[in-house]
Design a protein around this ligand. Structure first.
Ligand SMILES: *Cc1c(COP(=O)(O)O)cnc(C)c1O
Length: 375
């Protein structure tokens, strides 16, 4: 139905479609009248927050009558020490999504352009369009490349022109799970003009570093136009709190800070994120669970005859070789929520997050049944 106020909206907003999130279990249960559903759709940590973050959250309740520290001093200081940068290089966000939007607001106008890859994280096109800027989409690698549907650095570079001010790179990428290696990124960064801000989104860094995916923060000293984005939503298990951050040149951070909402990270968010950094044991348990989960999902889904792309994250991209809609419906009827990717232009694919060992087995059993049903 036509929106009566459409013409009043800013041009970028008129053509915008909202982000499609994973279906909440409560919604599926309401719709189908079922119980005990599991959600492997939004790349959340199946263990949730660790004990130290939980304790910090409880302790933070008493403080929520006051505004948070708008500078996020303690968390920024902690992050700066951890990454070997100055606190002035750290910008906090209400999730890393907030950081991505701040970057677009800061550097894009209708006269400028941003570059990202086909099949890149869906927030990039939304942030770019909302800013009214031009989007230059680089063709991704083909399905038979060693990084199927992954970012092609040469294609990204070829999209850079005189109007380009931002390039978004997700490493590893969501929803493909693929990544650029040290050499590819190094070559790309060296080739980028200094007036293009390169946003290296490392939302899955804690998972991917063990798989040999480079740590982008190492390039910050050499490339002042580089912004590395991290989050507490994935491996740290704090998706519901909304805390992310950027590491950048202090002058870039200064610009982001001009548009940042003064209290964009909440009192519980600041407290739990700082505590989560101390919880090595929880992070290690999370990484180990994911390593086992990736191996099990790969093995089990391959045994069902499905193509599973390499992944350095906490999910796998599965090619069903036919429309995923009926299989997705059949999974939902069995109380298993995964992510269909038609909105990414991948109607034959599903993205499946690793769960607990029991959740992974349930997914595999449900998938076997779903595939046996007529398409
Ligand atoms: C999940 C995700 C994020 C956003 O997470 P926040 O919860 O907003 O921190 C950013 N980038 C990528 C590639 C993601 O998959």
């Amino acid at each position: 139905m036509a929106n009566r106020f459409e013409q009043l909206a800013a041009p970028g907003i008129r053509r915008l479609s909202p982000y499609v999130p994973g279906k909440p279990p409560e919604q599926l249960e309401r719709e189908l009248g079922i119980r005990d559903s599991i959600k492997l759709a939004s790349n959340e940590n199946p263990l949730g927050p660790g004990p130290l973050a939980r304790a910090a959250l409880t302790g933070a309740i008493a403080g929520v009558g006051l505004y948070p520290d708008g500078s996020g001093h303690e968390l920024r200081t902690r992050l700066a020490a951890m990454h070997g940068v100055s606190p002035g290089q750290v910008t906090l966000g209400n999730g890393s999504n907030d950081i991505l939007v701040l970057l677009a607001e800061t550097f894009l106008t209708p006269e400028r352009e941003a570059v990202y890859s086909q099949y890149a994280f869906a927030v990039y096109p939304i942030a770019v369009q909302a800013a009214g800027a031009g989007a230059c989409v680089a063709k991704a690698h083909g399905p038979d490349h060693r990084m199927p549907l992954g970012h092609d650095p040469a294609a990204l570079l070829a999209q850079v022109g005189p109007k380009t001010r931002l390039m978004f790179i997700a490493n590893p990428n969501n929803p493909t799970g693929t990544w650029l290696d040290e050499h590819e990124l190094d070559v790309l960064l060296r080739a980028m003009p200094p007036e293009v801000i390169v946003v290296l989104d490392e939302a899955y860094h804690e998972y991917s570093v063990g798989a040999g995916v480079p740590d982008g923060t190492h390039w910050l000293g050499r490339h002042p136009n580089l912004v590395v984005v991290r989050t507490f939503s994935k491996a740290y298990g704090l998706a519901g709190l909304r805390v992310g951050y950027a590491l950048s040149d202090p002058d870039v951070a200064d610009l982001l800070n001009r548009v940042r909402q003064p209290f964009n990270v909440s009192v519980p968010g600041l407290a739990a994120a700082a505590a989560a950094l101390d919880d090595r044991a929880h992070l290690e348990a999370t990484i180990a669970l994911n390593r086992d989960g990736l191996a099990r999902l790969r093995e089990g889904l391959s045994a069902l005859g499905l193509r599973v792309a390499p992944s350095a994250a906490n999910f796998v991209l599965v090619d069903l070789g036919r429309s995923a809609a009926a299989v997705n419906d059949a999974l939902q009827r069995q109380g298993v929520i995964v992510r269909p990717l038609a909105n990414y232009g991948l109607p034959n694919h599903l993205r499946i997050t690793t769960g607990t060992a029991a959740q992974n087995e349930r997914l595999l059993a449900a998938m076997a049944k779903a595939l046996a049903a007529p398409a």
